[in-house]
Design a protein around this ligand. Structure first.
Ligand SMILES: CN1c2c(nc(N)[nH]c2=O)NC[C@@H]1CNc1ccc(C(=O)N[C@@H](CCC(=O)N[C@@H](CCC(=O)N[C@@H](CCC(=O)O)C(=O)O)C(=O)O)C(=O)O)cc1
Ligand SMILES: N[C@@H](CCS)C(=O)O
Ligand SMILES: [Zn+2]
Length: 775
């Protein structure tokens, strides 16, 4: 086959949620039954058409535009495409899997649990974890990728279909329940690859010239336990796919870090183009002659524009990187380092942002323009784009000199810190001091948020529009807090929360009150499914002008004799879920945020709050993908948490919360946080995590979640009791807490109340059982 030319400039993917979250609204309307499937499809097609028109500047007829739409998640899409659907979802054995089934797999229904969901590399995006067993049958079961290519073709665009590649698909999958010991999903590669080949043949028949197979798992040393096997899988998969006559040219993209030794493995296969992340990763060095020769015959797609952050960046340096890639091959193309899924659509929508700050930023549309500029430079020479490169350089200089970027008082406070500022007295003494809280065995609590009802969000929207004044808003939120406190008292929970109604988001809420941050109006980014966040922009030195949560927590505590947890978001999570300045190490920025939180902890304590939870759900997310970088990260992230919390006295109980269930690599760090109580996600993975915890010697309080809050499903008393009994098998009862996996903000009241009733009842039964067993 003759290889078609790869476009000079491209992106790895574009945000799919819509400039005003049109997809979210359409999908949620479909779920609510207020629009039918045809209307959902129509709205989604409209969005895809708008995206192609917006990207037309990259090129209409040369595969430059990726076809990267998804209704819910790209890993789910790959599972549907190859028919890898667990039996419990009762997907048809032949014919296409319909949208309703797809959503059932994503969200669960009744007693049918959805696929597990977990973080996508080091981002705040979550994917659904495929379940693969020895018996999983593979077939082309969903041709949406082909239909969308045809839809684009008929509209005059030759686009580049995108799908998660077979090696990453299997590496991200988990072994289905009940599979024999020693089985791993990668064992099924030889059965899976022919289905990919069939899809590629269908795409070629439809006229696709290039296809993009995303293989980010190749860059991660966390996912990949047996590297030699992965390298062999790369060879097997891409030799087989490459051998087919009837296929589009293959572009393998490997975002999020360097490919390392996967590059030679990939180079040795017939794939025609390889994408390198040159923002998080580095240019390959020390390649062997065979790899050099192989790469020289391929297109290298240089990811030099940051797909993960929103700074305008150093365009001249990016152009220089293209030059360096040009020494490896004559065929260089420019691209984003990752899909633009992680950034909002358009800076120009942010009319309320400070103009100077705005000039330093590039969202998806600006990054597309930057790619087009560099591609023009590749074709016409640097002189043709000199003005654009110079403008970006000038913008960087302006940013470095702007007021607020470096604040002497903040820096002096950091410089004066000593190790003692990050240490509390020992745990045993704290346990004794905290006995005065009077908590029962297996204390029940929740993670913080209660359902964010439409009324709550409407009140905040009215406040923003000026239709409700500050006093009116405060009164409504106080009513809500009182309702939530009374409800928890009726339910019989032991440690209460105020419910977080006043928070639009657990990070943005703090960013809005801290100096050094800016927030956007429309900067929505998909987090999972239809859920989005608006990451704040951390652009300058951070400090806390005044208390942020004390009035709300103090009010909640005044309503009850039971302890109410103060609720803060930890420094690492604030960084992870914001767009963070890239002009200094994250560790330095983390310290600034930690000090602001430390002041808040002191104020909460002074206001009589006895239990303070500092959430760090993103601790695992920021863990570097390369092992060599992990120890330094774990050091500074643990330090930041300790700096934020170590001002608490011994009788203040410090909690933390982490909502993910892969603890292997961070378990020591979690222990080092030295929180008195740690709540973690465990229900969705059916308490698997408890084994890791008990094996690690974790010896502080622990609350493995017993209620999967990602699904509307209500767990029965028996189910919760089963989970608790499993937990009690691995954790001494005096250290075991009872709580959901995470906050309840996405849930409705009906299922929340029912689930909490079951949790409290199950805890009572297990307590009684433990007492009986002890007698
Ligand atoms: C715990 N998680 C979080 C992550 N990252 C964060 N930054 N925050 C998190 O909480 N990462 C990991 C997980 C991911 N989980 C979630 C869970 C839930 C959501 C979510 O519900 N997102 C909401 C948006 C939340 C928000 O910002 N609300 C604002 C604005 C509300 C809004 O849309 N208003 C309407 C008007 C409403 C009206 O008039 O009635 C509008 O602006 O049009 C608020 O409450 O004020 C979502 O809708 O997707 C995200 C991640
Ligand atoms: N306190 C937060 C933690 C979410 S990770 C909540 O309950 O929503
Ligand atoms: Zn959580």
């Amino acid at each position: 086959m003759t290889t078609p030319a790869f476009p000079k400039g491209t992106i790895l993917g574009y945000p799919r949620i819509g400039r005003r979250r049109e997809l979210k609204k359409a999908v949620e309307a479909f779920w609510a039954g207020s629009i039918d499937e045809a209307e959902l499809e129509r709205r989604a097609a409209e969005l895809r058409a708008a995206t192609r028109e917006r990207l037309a500047g990259l090129g209409r007829g040369d595969s430059a535009i990726p076809e990267s739409f998804s209704y819910y998640d790209q890993v789910l899409d790959a599972a549907l495409a190859v028919g890898a659907v667990p039996e419990r979802f009762e997907a048809p054995a032949d014919g296409e899997i319909d949208l309703a089934t797809a959503f059932r797999i994503a969200r669960g229904e009744g007693e049918v649990a959805p696929l597990e969901m977990t973080k996508w590399f080091d981002s705040n995006y979550h994917y659904l974890v495929p379940e693969i067993g020895p018996e999983t049958s593979f077939r082309v079961a969903c041709r949406r990728i082909v239909r969308e290519f045809v839809e684009a073709r008929d509209a005059g665009f030759l686009t580049r279909p995108v799908i998660v590649g077979p090696v990453t698909f299997l590496l991200l999958a988990k072994a289905a329940d009940g599979t024999p010991e020693g089985f791993t999903p990668l064992d099924r590669l030889a059965d899976l690859v022919p289905v990919y080949a069939e899809l590629l043949a269908e795409l070629a028949a439809a006229g696709a010239e290039w296809v993009q197979l995303d293989e980010p798992a190749l860059v991660s040393e966390s996912i990949d336990i047996d590297r030699a096997r992965t390298l062999q899988a790369i060879g097997a998969a891409y030799d087989a796919l490459g051998a087919a006559e009837d296929r589009p040219a293959i572009f393998v993209a490997a975002p999020y870090a360097s490919l390392g030794d996967a590059l030679p493995a990939l180079a040795a296969t017939p794939v025609e183009a390889i994408g390198l992340d040159l923002v998080r990763g580095t240019l390959p060095e020390g390649l062997d002659p065979a790899t050099e020769a192989a790469l020289a015959a391929k297109t290298l797609v240089a990811g030099v524009i940051d797909g993960h952050n929103i700074w305008r960046g150093d365009l001249a340096a990016a152009f220089a990187q293209l030059d360096a890639v040009g020494r490896l091959t004559g065929e260089v193309a420019v691209s984003t380092s990752t899909s633009l899924l992680h950034v909002p659509h358009d800076v120009d929508d942010e009319t309320e942002l400070d103009e100077r700050l705005r000039s330093w930023l590039a969202f998806a549309d600006q990054k597309v323009a930057q790619v087009a500029t560099l591609a023009r430079g590749l074709v016409e020479g640097e002189a043709a784009v000199a003005a654009e490169l110079a403008a970006a350089t000038a913008s960087l200089a302006d940013r470095a000199a702007a007021p607020g970027v470096r604040v002497p008082e903040v820096r002096e406070r950091i410089a004066a810190l000593t190790p003692a500022d990050a240490a509390r007295i020992d745990y045993a003494a704290r346990v004794a001091a905290q006995a005065s809280l009077g908590l029962p065995e297996l204390p029940t609590t929740t993670i913080g948020s209660f359902p964010q009802t439409a009324d709550i969000r409407r009140a905040r929207a009215r406040l923003l529009r000026g239709e409700l004044d500050e006093a009116g808003y405060t009164a409504l939120m106080r009513e809500e807090i009182e309702r939530v406190i009374r409800l928890q008292e009726e339910l019989g929970l032991d440690v209460l929360v105020h419910g977080e109604p006043e928070r639009n988001d657990m990070v943005q809420y703090f960013a809005e009150q801290l100096d050094g941050f800016a927030v956007t109006q429309h900067g929505w980014v998909q987090s999972y499914g239809s859920r989005c966040t608006r990451p704040s922009i951390l652009w300058g030195d951070v400090s806390r002008p005044e208390p942020m949560t004390v009035a709300w927590s103090g009010f909640a505590q005044s309503l009850t004799d039971k302890p109410v947890k103060g609720m803060l978001t930890g420094p690492v999570t604030i960084l992870a879920w914001s767009f963070v300045r890239d002009d200094q190490p994250l560790a330095d920025t983390a310290k600034q945020v930690a000090l602001a939180l430390r002041d808040e902890v002191a104020d909460l304590q002074a206001a009589g709050i006895r239990v303070i939870q500092v959430d760090e759900p993103a601790l695992r997310e920021l863990l570097p993908l390369k092992r060599a970088d992990q120890p330094a990260y774990l050091d500074w992230s643990v330090d930041a948490f300790r700096l934020a919390t170590a001002g608490a006295g011994p009788d203040t109980q410090v909690h933390t919360h982490l909502c993910y269930s892969e603890f292997g690599q961070v378990i020591d760090a979690i222990r080092a946080l030295d929180a008195d109580v740690t709540s973690i996600e465990a229900a969705r993975s059916r308490m698997e995590v408890v084994d890791d915890i008990s094996a690690s010697g974790f010896d502080h309080g622990i609350g493995p979640g017993v209620y999967d809050i990602h699904s509307p499903r209500v767990p029965s008393v028996e189910e919760v009791r089963g989970l608790l009994e499993r937990a009690a098998g691995g954790v001494p009862r005096e250290r075991l807490w009872v709580n959901p996996d995470c906050g309840l903000k996405t849930r409705g009241y009906e299922e929340t109340v029912a689930s909490l009733e079951h949790i409290v009842e199950a805890a009572r039964q297990v307590r009684a059982g433990l007492v009986a067993a002890a007698d």
